[in-house]
Design a protein around this ligand. Structure first.
Ligand code: SIN
Length: 310
């Protein structure tokens, strides 16, 4: 019997594979589809203080190896996600709320509201690249630290932060030191690679409308960057801080590589958006088949054991 369950913050996920906050997780209907699928947990769309319509369309386009999006956090407001939490919890899976504030005060208000809810775990989104006029918080180390300190003082639920990709060892080290001195219990790494540009060369035009065509890159394009972020943070973070890997996971081999690099749980974004809820069982089964072929019985048998060349 192959075991691909995982534990995060004391909650057991029967499969280590679930959805990423982003696609197909905004309405109760979409979230119910996740709850009744093979996903090990349910992650809700990043919610803000007020309802947001998001950016003008077209704002999401599938491309050959992934996707580009500038959704701009369309969501039904945190009160809606708090209200539906008992219904979603009734499916018996860990329930994760994702929170996107503009500043410390907004994070504090939303976190306080979720303290008294059926949500199990909070994911604090510090990395949306698509809010017009607002930089990604995760690239502002001082502001990130302030927000993490505020949440540490307020949250009575286990919580983690969804980070943007980093590209330089100095930045990994700086962020890891901030995370190690916070009360965080996990990171989600990575969000889309911000401000990519795709062009329809025949029309001589960009693919999406917001921000002059600049948007977050997802899917297969970003897997090497995501793996590098998971691996580097697994080296730098205190062992109490778990890593949820996300970025270009389409199949069992991708999933295997993320666990090998140090991830505890995995999230699917673009691939889930393209294939729908059946993807969770497919990738779980493919991961089990790989483990069986290698003689591994649980994720602990190979997590973080990526070899380097001497
Ligand atoms: C969006 O709504 O713009 C995508 C969410 C995110 O990147 O955090």
């Amino acid at each position: 019997m192959i075991d691909i369950s995982a534990n995060l913050s004391g909650f057991n996920f029967e499969s280590c594979i679930m959805n990423a906050s982003g696609p197909l997780d905004t309405t109760l209907e979409e979230l119910t589809d996740i709850a009744t699928s093979g996903a090990g947990g349910i992650v809700m769309k990043s919610c803000t203080l007020d309802v947001r319509e998001g950016n003008p369309e077209p704002r999401y386009v599938d491309i050959e190896w992934g996707s580009i999006n500038s959704m701009g956090l369309p969501n039904l407001g945190y009160k809606f996600y708090k209200e539906i939490s008992p219904k979603l919890k009734s499916y018996g899976k860990p329930l994760i709320a994702s929170i996107a504030g503009a500043n410390c005060q907004e994070y504090a208000e939303i976190i306080e509201a979720f303290n008294d809810s059926d949500v199990d775990i909070l994911e604090v989104n510090l990395s949306c690249p698509n809010v017009i006029g607002r930089p990604q918080i995760g690239y502002d180390f001082e502001m990130s630290q302030d927000i993490l300190n505020t949440i540490g003082d307020i949250s009575n639920k286990p919580w983690g932060a969804k980070l943007p990709p980093y590209f330089d060892f100095v930045h990994f080290e700086e962020m890891a030191s901030i995370l190690n001195s916070s009360k965080i219990s996990f990171i989600v790494s990575i969000n889309s690679i911000g401000n990519a540009l795709f062009i329809d060369w025949k029309k001589e035009q960009v693919l999406i409308k917001p921000k002059g065509g600049f948007g977050g890159l997802g899917g297969r394009y970003i897997k090497p960057t995501a793996l590098a972020n998971v691996k580097k943070f697994s080296e730098l973070l205190d062992k109490r801080i778990k890593i949820v890997g996300v970025g270009g996971i389409y199949n069992g081999i991708d999933a295997f590589e993320f666990i090998l690099s140090g991830a505890t749980l995995l999230q699917l974004g673009t691939s889930f958006s393209q294939e729908g809820p059946l993807i969770f069982n497919r990738v779980s089964k493919e991961l089990c088949d790989i483990m069986k072929g290698k003689g591994y019985r649980s994720l602990d048998d190979f997590r973080g054991k990526l070899k380097v060349i001497d």
